[in-house]
Every structure is written in C-alpha cells, then in structure tokens.
Design a protein. Structure first.
Length: 137
C-alpha cells in the first residue's frame, strides 16, 4: 500500500511539474491561503475595487456560501496589505464632499500567490476526483 502511495505522488509531481514550481519560490510562506483571502484576491484579479464591491463580489464568486461582515473584510484586507499581496489606492470621489475613497488592487506578488494557490487546488482535485470515483463503485 505504501509503495502505491509513493508512485501516485511521483506521478502527480512529474505530471504537474509546472504547478510545483510555484511552491519553490517566494510564494511558499503564503500557502495555503484561507478561503477568505483566496476569494478576496480572486475578486481583485480583474482590477481595483473598493471594500463594498469586494464584499459583493466575494459573495457572488462563492455562490453565496461566503458572506463577509465588514469587520471581517477589513481585517482580511489589512492582513493582505501587511503581507504585501495587495495595495491600497486612494482616489478622490468626485461626488459628495470630495471624500477620499479607498480601493484595493492585486499587486504582482498577490497575483503570483493567487495563481500558485489555484494550481495547488487543481492538484488536490486531480488527486481527489479519481479516488472519490473509485470509492463510489
């Protein structure tokens, strides 16, 4: 049984060598991402958004399974800012009182970490799917 596990792992590593390259670089300390961090980074992938837009996009991306409170969102954004995975962009709001509106965008490191996490999850799916099918027969 142990020999089988190692041969499966070797097959996965060889087959997915491009995925594993992500783990051998500066992104390793960030992985695995929490579900909240993953969805926030994914929300910011297309472009900068302000807090409320992120909140709504995360809910949509998660198909309603993840509904963040504002305090949870802003705690996560602060953590991602400290990790330097995202950056804050301040833009003047041309509407009421010319308030400064804070938006966030995904920087290069954040984009690479998001891609690494997606690759890591893909490997997990490739391993789990056949095993689950096998166990259902």
């Amino acid at each position: 049984m142990v020999k089988y596990k190692y041969s499966v792992l070797r097959y996965i590593v060889i087959r997915n060598i491009d995925h594993w390259r992500y783990f051998l670089t500066d992104k390793q300390p960030f992985l695995p991402l929490s579900e909240i961090s993953f969805y926030i980074l994914l929300s910011l992938a297309p472009g900068a958004k302000h807090g409320y837009a992120i909140l709504k996009d995360v809910e949509e991306l998660s198909r309603g399974t993840l509904r963040l409170s504002t305090s949870t969102l802003y705690d996560a954004l602060e953590r991602l800012l400290k990790q330097e995975l995202i950056a804050r962009v301040e833009e003047e709001n041309a509407q009421a009182n010319r308030r400064i509106r804070k938006s966030y965008h995904l920087n290069d490191l954040g984009r690479r970490v998001l891609a690494a996490e997606a690759s890591r999850m893909q490997v997990l799916l490739e391993v789990a799917t056949p095993r689950l099918k096998e166990s259902m027969m």
